[in-house]
Design a binder for this molecule. Sequence first.
Ligand SMILES: Nc1nc2c(c(=O)[nH]1)N[C@H]1C(S)=C(S)[C@@H](COP(=O)(O)OP(=O)(O)OC[C@H]3O[C@@H](n4cnc5c(=O)[nH]c(N)nc54)[C@H](O)[C@@H]3O)O[C@H]1N2
Ligand SMILES: Nc1nc2c(c(=O)[nH]1)N[C@H]1C(S)=C(S)[C@@H](COP(=O)(O)OP(=O)(O)OC[C@H]3O[C@@H](n4cnc5c(=O)[nH]c(N)nc54)[C@H](O)[C@@H]3O)O[C@H]1N2
Ligand code: SF4
Ligand SMILES: [Mo]
Length: 702
Amino acid sequence: MTKTLHHRACHLCEAICGLTIETEDQEDGSRRILSIKGDAQDSFSRGHICPKAVALQDIQNDPDRIRQPMRRAGNEWLPIEWDEAFALVAERLADIQARHGNNAVAVYQGNPSVHNYGLMTHSNYFLGLLKTRGRFSATSVDQLPHHLISQQMYGHGLLIPIPDIDQTRFMLILGGNPLASNGSIMTVPDVEKRLKALQVRGGKLVVVDPRRSETAAMADQHLFVRPGQDAALLFGLLNTLFEEGLGRATHLQVEGLEQVRAAIAHFTPEAMSQRCGIPSEQIRQLAREFAATESAVCYGRMGVSTQAFGSLCQWLIQLINLVTGNLDRVGGVLCTEPAVDLVSATSGGHFNRWQSRVSGLPEYGGELPVAALAEEMLTPGEGQVRALVTVAGNPVLSTPNGRQLEQALDGLEFMLSIDLYINETTRYADLILPPTAPLEHEHYDTTFNLFAVRNVTRFNEAVLARPAGAKHDWEIFVGLAKAFAARTGIELKPTLAPEQMIDLGLRAGPYGDRSEHKLSVARLREHPHGIDLGALKPNLAGRLKTASGKVEAAPAILLGDLDRFAAQPVLREGQLMLIGRRHVRSNNSWMHNYHRLVKGKPRHQLLMHPNDLEARGLVDGQRVKVRSRVGVIEVEVGASDDMMPGVVSLPHGWGHARPGVRMGIASEQPGASANDLTDERHLDAVSGNAALNGVPVEVVAA
Ligand SMILES: Nc1nc2c(c(=O)[nH]1)N[C@H]1C(S)=C(S)[C@@H](COP(=O)(O)OP(=O)(O)OC[C@H]3O[C@@H](n4cnc5c(=O)[nH]c(N)nc54)[C@H](O)[C@@H]3O)O[C@H]1N2
Ligand SMILES: Nc1nc2c(c(=O)[nH]1)N[C@H]1C(S)=C(S)[C@@H](COP(=O)(O)OP(=O)(O)OC[C@H]3O[C@@H](n4cnc5c(=O)[nH]c(N)nc54)[C@H](O)[C@@H]3O)O[C@H]1N2
Ligand code: SF4
Ligand SMILES: [Mo]
């Protein structure tokens, strides 16, 4: 039987590693996967691969993955034809909107929405027709502060400066653990080698984290910080830069820096030290070293965006890079120039044009914070949400107070999920529409090329043919749009296939028809290992989209948050704080059904410092109850010297022991859900992003 080698990127996480997949043709005309390896010829990932990519074959073969539309009848799931399913959705949603208004239908889009090009290009073809303000996504349990700060300071929410990891001499990482996550808002396959290379060329890596993470363990210096108090450290650093005159000139035109300087003058390291738990002299020393190094990067991720001061943190990080002359500078942070350039192609985004009905949380880019989703369903009155569409998401496990959301989902009139599984969320749906599996569709990365540490591009061919009758995500949206338009009498504009849209985007982009590269999909098809378009270069001055044309250093919404920061009480002695973590063999909530990834010792223990265990009369390996304002879970506790005393760590995405979940392997090792503890009222007040880290909890023997 014929064997074939395929080259394409893995798009399960942000690292977009090149893969070499060997298949064998079968007698029935299909293909079988023989092996999945890292592609050594990929100039970007250089052969790097992680265990999740090997599990792509398990996703493909998983008997629990749903392969045809399913309709719920009580506790039973029955197959239904595509056209009948589309007509049913159109009928139910149109009817609910006719009775209760457009906003009665809400939408939640999960993380794979930005990892699958058909979802990027076509979800709005249908969802846009709903004309609802009830739009929610995983953005507001993740990176919303990054977008908001870029929109405020640089004029576009996607104009996010990326660490020049390959050339910098100093990297300060707060609340990111790229050794587990493989990098985030920093597409960087092979990150461990790149960080080691930084150390080998004499550079320094400093990690700030309440846990000695895998990345902290390889760092030259690790600082424990009190959860949710990074802003105190960052204020101390910025204050030192100003006060000691350590700044360096920038070529960028900047507005408002003097205003910032005055506003934070009292946030000295001495005043901030107790808040963050880091001695003032260490803060000053760090600022001096950062500023004195010829090139340096300050970078913060999940740990500092999903906390109560997420927006302040991301703002201060930008300012530290700016004031030290490292913004838009080689070896500092730089904006990409991707082949399909969403920054040039779209407007900058808007903020707080309207608010959520119940809590008055601000919209960003047309979406409301997902922490408000359950209350929008549970609170009666005009505009109450009565139907939900989920796309590639599992908000029961991934958004704060998952138990409250379950209660809300149970009361809906109608729910549609577009997903591969019957999981903790989709089990509430009336209808589940499954798309093709990852290797059955093509892919072009419009999101992560935008955040990559080099300008790179590639077109990824499907490796396996789709089974008869299967639909790609984008085709599902086209089917839904047609049915909804027919039902409601809306005129539907014609659309193109994703591949044609990407072709247009490439040709209009910076390496397209007007350049010597002449990139097009056809051209990319000739380069299955991808094309390297070069290192990042300074370009921000020409790309700023602010009204003033300058960098806006002092956005009013951030200056307006300083009082809230200053007023926050210091923690009570002995109060435990919950934070999250990731593991390289896990991917949010949805890759626990593959034996290859979950085998061995469970990785969902609650980690706690031995002194904290002892103080509570607990022992390593014991079952404990963890309680927060919103709920209680039972888990196994593990002693760990890597934890800062007073802090406990639990990964999210577990908690599969819920009735009706159809994921056999996941249910055997269910774990508990961190989001049964996180609090939907605990938010970054500026953006409305959920504060999933720094949740006060109690731990007692079970
Ligand atoms: N406590 C705590 N909570 C967190 C986090 C944390 O660190 N701590 N992290 C947050 C972050 S950063 C994120 S991004 C969210 C993620 O949260 P979500 O996006 O809500 O959930 P995922 O676990 O990514 O689930 C993805 C779903 O998409 C389905 N799926 C996979 N591929 C496809 C596809 O190609 N098409 C379709 N239609 N469906 C697909 C899967 O079956 C699964 O149901 O969780 C957040 N929640
Ligand atoms: N293997 C794997 N890779 C993934 C994912 C996955 O689930 N598994 N998810 C993907 C997604 S959706 C995302 S968004 C990225 C996230 O990528 P990262 O941001 O790198 O995510 P984490 O690995 O969760 O690292 C967050 C770190 O913040 C620390 N932390 C918690 N609270 C605080 C705090 O208050 N202050 C500070 N300074 N640190 C704190 C935690 O201890 C942890 O080490 O990863 C992506 N990659
Ligand atoms: S790090 Fe792993 S999951 Fe992420 S793109 Fe690379 S192989 Fe895929
Ligand atoms: Mo994420």
